[in-house]
Design a protein around this ligand. Structure first.
Ligand SMILES: Nc1ncnc2c1ncn2[C@@H]1O[C@H](COP(=O)(O)OP(=O)(O)O)[C@@H](O)[C@H]1O
Ligand SMILES: [Mg+2]
Length: 286
């Protein structure tokens, strides 16, 4: 009997954005019957052998509901505990405290006063995706009203110095499948002075990249540190995307560790990447 794999999406993008087409073929070739379903649809997720979060972009405004749905799914990848930890960027502070090279990050929960860096800086919600609610401020500018707006929506605000290497080199994403490095790509955002949600999202351009050794070393450390904090083996992560930027001194810094529904850049990767993903799904079920 063939096994079922469902790629989980959201109502706005029920079959993803096309990046996983090769993954669907690879899973089919390995004997899965594959379909897409939005997480909040009436699809019978409990009956599927593998339920794979891929395009659930709308969770940020409904995180509590989304997490309880995750907990109701017996065979979820990545697992619900991982998703709970990873959908709040406060994990960056935990990784920083664990000694990892992370973009300096401070949290401003509702009710707390904010202090801003003396350089250009970014304020973004601790729960957010697709750059929504992220804004860039010039050195000396006062972001108090942006922080207040995030607080009014119930968010904790996250404050970071702006890493200007994003303008010149963009972000480097390293994709791991089953805990093993698979491929890399760069994401260049041609930024104006404001990281306005839609504008930024639209201006993203992905290109294949072979990550330099220092970025790989940081990504490896990030996966080990996250796995230790989560109490799992990194092989238990079906996928992970490690987003790296360079600090002012040229050294790589972690900007984001995506374990929930990242773009994995299959269109930018070698042909084998989709099959490595399908194989990693088999490994999770073995
Ligand atoms: N500290 C920062 N320095 C420079 N650019 C940033 C910084 N934080 C965020 N950005 C820009 O905003 C985008 C979105 O922020 P990110 O932390 O990746 O959140 P998400 O992708 O979950 O919305 C990044 O891709 C990057 O272009
Ligand atoms: Mg990001």
């Amino acid at each position: 009997m063939s096994r079922t794999a469902v790629l989980v999406s959201c109502a706005e993008l029920p079959s993803g954005d096309g990046d996983e087409d090769a993954v669907v073929s690879a899973l089919s070739a390995l004997g899965f019957s594959v379909s897409w379903a939005p997480w909040d649809s009436d699809y019978d997720f409990a009956a599927a052998d593998a339920v794979i979060l891929r395009a659930t972009w709308d969770y940020a405004s409904r995180r509590t509901e989304f997490l309880s749905w995750c907990e109701s799914v017996p065979s979820l990848f990545n697992p619900a505990d991982v998703v709970r930890w990873n959908t709040d960027k406060s994990y960056l502070v935990e990784l920083l405290d664990a000694g990892l090279a992370v973009v300096p990050t401070s949290l401003v929960p509702p009710g707390s006063p904010a202090a801003f860096p003396t350089s250009d800086y970014v304020v973004k919600p601790s729960v957010g995706a697709g750059s929504r609610g992220a804004a860039r401020f010039a050195a000396g500018a006062d972001a108090a009203s942006h922080v207040a707006a995030l607080h009014a929506e119930g968010h904790t605000a996250l404050v970071q110095p702006y890493q200007s290497s994003v303008d010149s080199e963009g972000e480097l994403s390293l994709v791991y499948l089953g805990g093993v490095f698979s491929h890399g790509f760069t994401k260049s955002a041609i930024l104006g002075s404001t990281l306005d949600a839609s504008g930024l999202y639209l201006s993203e351009e992905l290109a294949p990249a072979s990550p330099p050794a220092d970025a790989v070393a940081l990504a490896e450390d990030a996966l080990d540190a996250a796995s230790a904090l989560l109490g799992i083996l990194r092989a238990e992560l079906l996928y992970a995307r490690v987003d790296v930027v360079r600090g002012a001194d040229g050294k790589p810094l972690l900007l984001e560790l995506e374990l929930t529904e990242p773009s994995l850049g299959f269109r930018q990767a070698d042909e084998g990447a989709a099959m490595r993903f399908a194989s990693a799904v088999r490994q999770q079920l073995a």
